[in-house]
Design a protein around this ligand. Sequence first.
Ligand SMILES: *[C@@H]1O[C@H](CO)[C@@H](O)[C@H](O)[C@H]1NC(C)=O
Ligand SMILES: *[C@@H]1O[C@H](CO)[C@@H](O)[C@H](O)[C@H]1NC(C)=O
Ligand SMILES: *[C@@H]1O[C@H](CO)[C@@H](O)[C@H](O)[C@H]1NC(C)=O
Ligand SMILES: *[C@@H]1O[C@H](CO)[C@@H](O)[C@H](O)[C@H]1NC(C)=O
Ligand SMILES: *[C@@H]1O[C@H](CO)[C@@H](O)[C@H](O)[C@H]1NC(C)=O
Ligand SMILES: *[C@@H]1O[C@H](CO)[C@@H](O)[C@H](O)[C@H]1NC(C)=O
Ligand SMILES: *[C@@H]1O[C@H](CO)[C@@H](O)[C@H](O)[C@H]1NC(C)=O
Ligand SMILES: *[C@@H]1O[C@H](CO)[C@@H](O)[C@H](O)[C@H]1NC(C)=O
Length: 196
Amino acid sequence: MDKLFFFITVAVLSINCLAVCSARIVHNLTTDQEALDAFKTRIISDPNNILANKWLTNTSICNLIGVSCSRKRQRVTALDFSNFGFSGTIAPHLRNLSFLSYLNISSNNFTEVIPLELSHLRRLKEIDMGSNNFTGVVPSWLGTIPELQHIFLDNNSFSGSIPTSLLHNNSKLQTLQLADNFLNGHIPQEIRNLSA
Ligand SMILES: *[C@@H]1O[C@H](CO)[C@@H](O)[C@H](O)[C@H]1NC(C)=O
Ligand SMILES: *[C@@H]1O[C@H](CO)[C@@H](O)[C@H](O)[C@H]1NC(C)=O
Ligand SMILES: *[C@@H]1O[C@H](CO)[C@@H](O)[C@H](O)[C@H]1NC(C)=O
Ligand SMILES: *[C@@H]1O[C@H](CO)[C@@H](O)[C@H](O)[C@H]1NC(C)=O
Ligand SMILES: *[C@@H]1O[C@H](CO)[C@@H](O)[C@H](O)[C@H]1NC(C)=O
Ligand SMILES: *[C@@H]1O[C@H](CO)[C@@H](O)[C@H](O)[C@H]1NC(C)=O
Ligand SMILES: *[C@@H]1O[C@H](CO)[C@@H](O)[C@H](O)[C@H]1NC(C)=O
Ligand SMILES: *[C@@H]1O[C@H](CO)[C@@H](O)[C@H](O)[C@H]1NC(C)=O
């Protein structure tokens, strides 16, 4: 009987711990703020002084230029930093923007590989990273993001061949723009209406 009680107690404690532990990693606007703070630290050049003049630290991130939030939940849903003139790398912390559905950082000077962590952005529908200086292979993990419909990676420094898993694993994909990279193999300039 004592033993049984012990087991039940342990089981109840474990369930409590599970609830508490998962509550601790619940994401909120503070998490989003931390993600954008980390993003800022990786910007090494900002010739238009956007971070200094337009990204005041005493305001909610939802009021920052280029940032949109959902009205209901107050979570970041869209980032449009296109043509901001940023140079730098992409912080893996962007993975914590769990409500992000639109990411446009086209026409900047982001370099190095796109962090694998961004595969955690399960609500992402559109990603535009065109006209930057990203390197490495075309990320095949983009094919594992369930809602992703439009992918623009044109005019970068990607190399290798187009991963077929990117095309096969995502039934919602409509646009995949990869022109002006260093890809090999047979590459269509532009692939549209993939699901048609
Ligand atoms: C966000 O969650 C953390 C704990 O995970 C909490 O300390 C903080 O107060 C929350 N912030 C908001 C704005 O709800
Ligand atoms: C934020 O700081 C700037 C300059 O530091 C100031 O002009 C502005 O009024 C402040 N805004 C708020 C909401 O406190
Ligand atoms: C990203 O921004 C550029 C410049 O504002 C725009 O031309 C382009 O259509 C945007 N991409 C997407 C997928 O909306
Ligand atoms: C956000 O992402 C980073 C990098 O992937 C991670 O180390 C960190 O724990 C995350 N932060 C929160 C609050 O979830
Ligand atoms: C792009 O960024 C790299 C460093 O990451 C720098 O060497 C280069 O000058 C930048 N190019 C432009 C046009 O800003
Ligand atoms: C990418 O790098 C090359 C060589 O460093 C540079 O000429 C080009 O301007 C860069 N692209 C962007 C978008 O800054
Ligand atoms: C590619 O990126 C460079 C640097 O931003 C830009 O000057 C050029 O117009 C872009 N080319 C195309 C075809 O978009
Ligand atoms: C992606 O598709 C390939 C076949 O093209 C398959 O082998 C692989 O298991 C799939 N990956 C995921 C994560 O669904």
